[in-house]
Design a protein around this ligand. Structure first.
Ligand code: ADP
Ligand code: MG
Length: 703
């Protein structure tokens, strides 16, 4: 890991007041020297930075952010207090203003008719109660040189309404804006919490046995061999094995497997699974940091600061859109009435108020909130849905890629095939001896071949006999066994070490063994195609995607498997770096994804436009290199991911059309005097609400 990567930091960012504000804060933090890749994820409430000089912490960042948004707060990753959504001073103030106004109007109407200047004073008072916060914010931002924000627009529009004598309308616009904001905030927060809870696997407490007593400890403190109790309804805190009791586990958030599984004494249990009905005693096998749940959380929390293309586009759009609309509003208010006096027989003092009002309506409509709000939220919902299906996706941009990828390249072993090799033949003078040698060489490897050889070997492993272990990627293992060189791998490995041997004609995977510079014999292993592979490939081909297979294995096996699956393009006998070059080449022809089991695949995963690893949570390197992880071993989850990706994009586009369409329509109507303030307010907050609700529908819709 380079020092650069060590400086990647993630913070929690709270109380961002408007979607646009996130953008402002982001731009302000970008101004700091020594910071790179500054990005705020509005939906996840996260702030990502690359802090090259390691100079920033939460409080120094907060100071900078407060320059543009005084309400915002920034925390370290773990230390966020649960969010409370109680009423603030602003809410009470709005309510007071509203009650005052209604009382006054009722009295004025039915009991005692006040003079007109009393009316005006009362209107101003209730306006200040209702819009106080908005006005304060607008003024504060103007003093900081940040003019074009929604608070400013609302202030001008409503004060403008007062000037043309539309008091009630001015107040109502402010009132509806505040009510809209309130519901919008609630909707966004509810959605966030809902999605978060889908992805929340973190067990909060573990019940540990200490001298026959049970104590509640934090999962981070558990060590292997500790005994813990997991009650019904709780999540398993760390990976371990049941020593007492039996139960049904819901592993869906860990493996994506939706059918609950019966587990009893002697069974392994994965952290993050939900214990449905029985109490079980577990012996801890892995620390929290090594457990499955931690790896999943790490993956989702990683610096995934890549914003989706559409989201980038919307942010850029928002930056120009507001000033342009304000510019048009100014022209509409001042220039248009002047032009009209030139054409028609009328005076500026008659025309100006008419066009001023139209301009004010313009301003109310001009906030691009619905877009800025709903687009990131949609991606977040899509990621939440995918994770429910069993696919972890790092960022909105990665989710977007799923449906855009044109070429899917599959690894063979462990991806399309089970990687669950069975030793079918052993060719050597002493069959037990060759298995013993091979197993000792493989005892440190995670490769599917290694695991299978170890399974076939019945004896024990003397780890003190093994030295200088070296995994030659794509070839096999080189190791010192009892101080002599032992080679276990394919023909390329033996060739590169100049061992004399005869190549086997066997169709299946052949692993040769050479010890102390002489050839001992070979082992034949057979693999099976996974149930889901055919389905996945058929689906992709039907969608007119290109599909290829790339493997380090022999051409004959590769051809055979590819043929059975209907894959035409095969790249066999590829070392990991060759695989990378294949992807590099394919990438020039279109967006290319690589799907591998993560063993030896990190460089390839990283090179592809979308690197997907399967069941790879065991390998930190693969997880780091992937953009998405399929949590079980079946590639057909890819189908779900592609469908969720399309669905998300569809909703995003619908929201954009809806929001932008309504805005432009109402803007047009406004310019010709056909829209009033009410319609304007609806076009702003109403559409925002609808867009947020539509974004959340991603979670509910079945693919
Ligand atoms: P794939 O592309 O099919 O996933 P790999 O790149 O992981 O395959 O490995 C390619 C080839 O290298 C294997 O087919 C095998 O011949 C050899 N090999 C890799 N790792 C090992 C190992 N641990 N033991 C023996 N052979 C290995
Ligand atoms: Mg592999």
């Amino acid at each position: 890991m380079s020092t650069n990567e060590l400086m990647k930091k993630t913070f929690e960012i709270r109380d961002i007041d408007c979607a646009n504000c996130a953008l402002k804060i982001e731009n302000e933090i970008k101004k700091v020297k020594g910071l790179k890749n500054v990005s705020i994820d509005f939906a996840k409430q996260k702030l990502y930075i690359d802090d090259i000089d390691n100079q920033m912490d939460a409080s120094s960042l907060e100071k900078i952010a407060k320059k543009v948004e005084s309400s915002v707060s920034i925390y370290d990753k773990e230390q966020v207090i649960s969010e409370k959504h109680s009423w603030t001073l602003n809410h009470y103030s709005v309510l007071t203003g509203f009650v005052l106004l209604v009382l006054y109007l009722v009295i004025d109407q039915f009991i005692y008719s006040f003079k007109e200047n009393v009316d005006l004073i009362m209107f101003i008072i209730s306006y200040l109660f209702i819009g106080g916060k908005v006005i304060l914010k607008a003024l504060r931002n103007i003093s900081k040189g940040q003019v074009f924000d929604e608070h400013f627009l609302m202030m001008i529009a409503t004060i403008g309404a007062f000037f043309i004598g539309e008091y009630i309308e001015g107040i109502a616009v402010m009132l509806f804006y505040q009510i809209g904001e309130y519901f919008q905030d609630r909707a966004v927060n509810k959605s966030r919490n809902h999605i978060k809870s889908l992805m929340d696997l973190k067990p909060s407490v573990a019940h540990k046995f200490i001298d026959d007593e049970i104590k509640d400890v934090s999962p981070e403190t558990l060590k292997p061999q500790d005994i813990i109790l997991v009650k019904p309804g709780e999540k398993i805190p760390v990976d371990g094995k049941i020593i007492e009791g039996q139960t049904t586990l819901d592993q869906s958030s860990v493996t994506g497997e939706s059918t609950p599984i019966e587990k009893t004494k002697g069974h392994e249990v994965l952290s993050g699974s939900l214990n449905i009905n029985g109490s079980i005693k577990i012996v801890v096998e892995k620390t929290y940091q090594d457990s499955t749940v931690y790896k999943i959380i790490e993956f989702v929390e990683q610096n995934a600061n890549k914003k989706a293309k559409t989201e980038q586009f919307i942010t850029r759009f928002a930056k120009y859109y507001t000033p342009i609309v304000v510019g048009i509003a100014v022209l509409l208010a001042f220039l248009v009435p002047y032009i009209i006096t030139l054409i028609r027989d009328t005076t500026y003092s008659i025309e100006f108020p008419i066009y001023l009002k139209r301009a004010l309506i313009f301003l109310v409509i001009s906030c691009p909130c619905a877009l800025v709000l709903s687009v990131p939220l949609s991606y977040y919902a899509g990621i939440g849905k995918a994770s429910k299906q069993g696919i972890l996706v790092k960022s909105g941009s990665d989710l977007e890629q799923f449906s855009k990828i044109e070429h899917f390249v599959f690894d063979k072993t462990g991806t399309l095939t089970k990687g669950d090799f069975i030793v079918t033949k052993v060719f050597a003078e002493d069959k037990d001896y060759i298995l013993k040698l091979a197993s000792h060489a493989e005892s440190n490897s995670n490769h599917p071949i290694a695991l299978s050889i170890l399974r076939a070997y019945k004896g024990s492993i003397e780890s003190k006999d093994i030295n200088g272990y070296e995994e030659v990627f794509g070839k096999g293992i080189k190791v010192m066994y009892q101080n002599k060189t032992l080679l276990v791998g394919n023909d390329k490995l033996l060739e590169s070490e100049n061992i004399e041997f005869k190549k086997s004609e066997d169709m299946h995977t052949v692993i040769y063994v050479a010890y102390d510079h002489s050839y001992i014999g070979y082992i034949v292993l057979e693999d099976e195609i996974k149930m889901s592979s055919k389905n996945t490939i058929d689906f992709l081909l039907k969608q007119n995607k290109k599909v290829s297979m790339v493997t380090g294995d022999k051409t004959s096996i590769a051809q055979d498997i590819a043929h059975r699956l209907g894959i035409k393009d095969v790249y066999a006998e590829q070392l990991p770096d060759d695989k990378r070059q294949v992807i590099e080449k394919l990438k020039t022809k279109g967006l290319t994804a690589f799907i591998g089991d993560g063993v030896n695949d990190a460089p390839v995963l990283m090179t592809s436009n979308l690197g997907i690893s399967m069941g790879a949570l065991g390998s930190d390197l693969a997880v780091e290199a992937s953009d998405a992880v399929i949590m079980n071993d079946e590639s057909d989850l890819l189908i779900d991911a592609i469908e969720t990706s399309s669905l998300t994009r569809k909703v995003v586009i619908q929201n954009i059309i809806l929001a932008a369409g309504t805005k432009f329509l109402v803007l047009g109507l406004g310019a010709f005097g056909l829209a009033n303030m009410w319609l304007a307010i609806f076009a702003d907050v109403g559409i925002s609400l609808i867009a947020v609700i539509h974004a959340m529908s991603i979670l509910k819709q079945r693919n």
